[in-house]
Ligand binder design. Structure first.
Ligand code: HEM
Length: 207
């Protein structure tokens, strides 16, 4: 990661951004079609995506694409997302971050501890959604006990995942607009990098 000039700090490579937005699109598709299939009250969502039969046929493929892209995201970021002692101290005081009372909070590296938690929550739920989804896709070939647990586990994992992404979308757009630019154009302002990810900013300045 290099500083291109005084105004711009490279934040995400093209590959990182492409994988992220493919994950985002496939997630939104799988989540909205999944909600349509899950509850009769939400079945109206199916009409946006071509009706009940189309949604029943394509929802699993949306899920497969999402799981695959998350696999690539995992390969790119898993090492950087490991939580260290400072991250754990940050998490204990995360309410102060939410209240913009950040003085004295451990400094964040490329990702703060909240972002790391999102990564691990989404990776775990993607794995659970993938395997329980396969069971629900081919129910006639699965033992009854597996089918019953998948019926329960698949929507629970989906709800946790959707809840996390709602917070994530708010944080990545309205709450921290500069972060959104980073994920679209790949770069951020040095001042933002220094205040939101000071440890990371010092590291890339040294390179
Ligand atoms: C659909 C709308 C979404 C928006 C607007 C969005 C926005 C963003 C932004 C702006 C960042 C960069 C944060 C930074 O520079 O510090 C980011 C990072 C990230 N996104 Fe998304 N994202 C979306 C969906 C998703 C989905 C569906 C997933 C995976 C399930 C995901 C997983 C991640 C992860 C793991 C990171 C790195 C850690 C973090 O910043 O939280 N995103 N996203």
């Amino acid at each position: 990661m290099m500083i291109r000039n005084e105004e711009r700090v490279a934040r995400f490579s093209f590959e990182e951004r492409a994988i992220h937005w493919l994950a985002a699109l496939s997630f939104l598709y799988a989540a909205l079609t999944g909600l349509a299939l899950w509850s009769p009250r939400l079945f109206w969502l199916a009409s946006i995506f071509g009706g009940g039969n189309t949604v029943r046929g394509w929802h699993p493929w949306g899920g497969v694409i999402f799981s695959l892209t998350l696999g690539f995201m995992f390969r790119n970021w898993a090492r950087q997302m490991r939580l260290d002692a400072e991250d754990r101290a940050w998490l204990r005081q995360a309410h102060r971050y939410a209240m913009h009372d950040e003085e004295g909070l451990p400094e964040a590296g490329r990702f703060n501890a909240g972002q790391k938690m999102l990564f691990w929550t989404q990776s775990t739920s993607a794995l659970i959604l993938f395997f329980s989804g396969i069971i629900l896709w081919f129910p006639e070939t699965m033992p009854r006990s597996l089918r019953l647990s998948a019926v329960l586990i698949h929507p629970i994992a989906a709800i946790i995942s959707i809840g996390g992404i709602i917070v994530h979308i708010y944080m990545g757009t309205a709450a921290v607009p500069e972060a959104f630019r980073g994920m679209i154009q790949g770069w951020v302002r040095p001042g933002w990098a220094a205040s939101h990810h000071p440890k990371w900013y010092r590291e890339i300045k040294r390179r």
